[in-house]
Ligand binder design. Structure first.
Ligand SMILES: [Zn+2]
Length: 233
């Protein structure tokens, strides 16, 4: 017992010291979010506290999946239009649920899933796009062949199963890529010519209300190997 006393005391002292140090400048969010210093690649981003988020994870309650690629990476989610996308590792055929209610505005499901070890073209991905009431649009990408379970024009409720994950398009393995684009009226007109409009929309940062703490978005599997479990809400 004696041997462990000193290290334990030291650890306690260190954590107290650490806490008092960081709390000087920390806001409420940092105090309640223990993951705030982990894998946060978009440090200037204002993520909505997960407890206030209106989004749910895009998989069924009780299921657990891991994040293959998070936000603001040096990979395909680098700074730019889809910097706030997530790649979720999941086998082909996994039920995908709507992260928020809305209207289906686009469905593509005619592309075949890729052979392992091959990568397809970016415009050969099966997708479902759902527009939310505030004009933002969730885009669910790489769905399996015939993997859309809803049609364009359908109203869908949050949590409703909308499709089956797959491995189509520019994909290196079975996963779901998803992100939410800002509303069109928030997008920048990038065409300098008068009377021409070319909207450049960006993805928006997401947190999720029905899983463990994710105040700064979801962490990749190297930082959170247990993944995230969808809880009832
Ligand atoms: Zn992706």
């Amino acid at each position: 017992m004696k041997r462990t006393l000193l290290p334990t005391t030291l650890v306690v002292l260190l954590s107290v010291f650490n806490y008092s140090c960081s709390s000087d400048e920390a806001d409420d969010k940092e105090i309640i979010c223990s993951d705030s210093q982990l894998g946060v690649n978009c440090p200037d981003t204002n993520y909505i506290n997960n407890s206030d988020s209106q989004y749910v994870l895009p998989w069924e309650i009780g299921k657990t999946f891991k994040v293959g690629q998070g936000n603001c990476t040096d990979g395909s989610h680098s700074l730019g239009q889809v910097q706030y996308a997530y790649d979720i590792d999941m086998p082909i055929g996994t039920n995908i649920v709507a992260i928020r209610s809305g209207v289906v505005v686009k469905v593509i499901e005619n592309f075949k899933d890729l052979e392992i070890g091959t990568v397809g073209a970016i415009d050969e991905a099966n997708v479902v796009h759902i527009e939310h009431e505030d004009g933002t649009e969730a885009q669910y990408i790489h769905l399996t062949y015939n993997g859309a379970l809803i049609n364009e024009g359908d109203d869908v409720n949050q949590g409703e199963i909308i499709g089956l994950s797959g491995n189509t398009g520019k994909s290196t393995g079975p996963h779901l890529h998803f992100h939410v684009m800002q509303a069109l009226n928030e997008c920048e007109d990038t065409d300098p010519r008068e009377n021409y409009t070319w909207y450049s929309c960006n993805s928006i940062p997401l947190t999720f209300k029905n899983t463990s703490e994710n105040c700064y978005g979801l962490l990749e599997k190297n930082l959170r190997s247990e993944g995230y479990t969808a809880q009832s809400y």
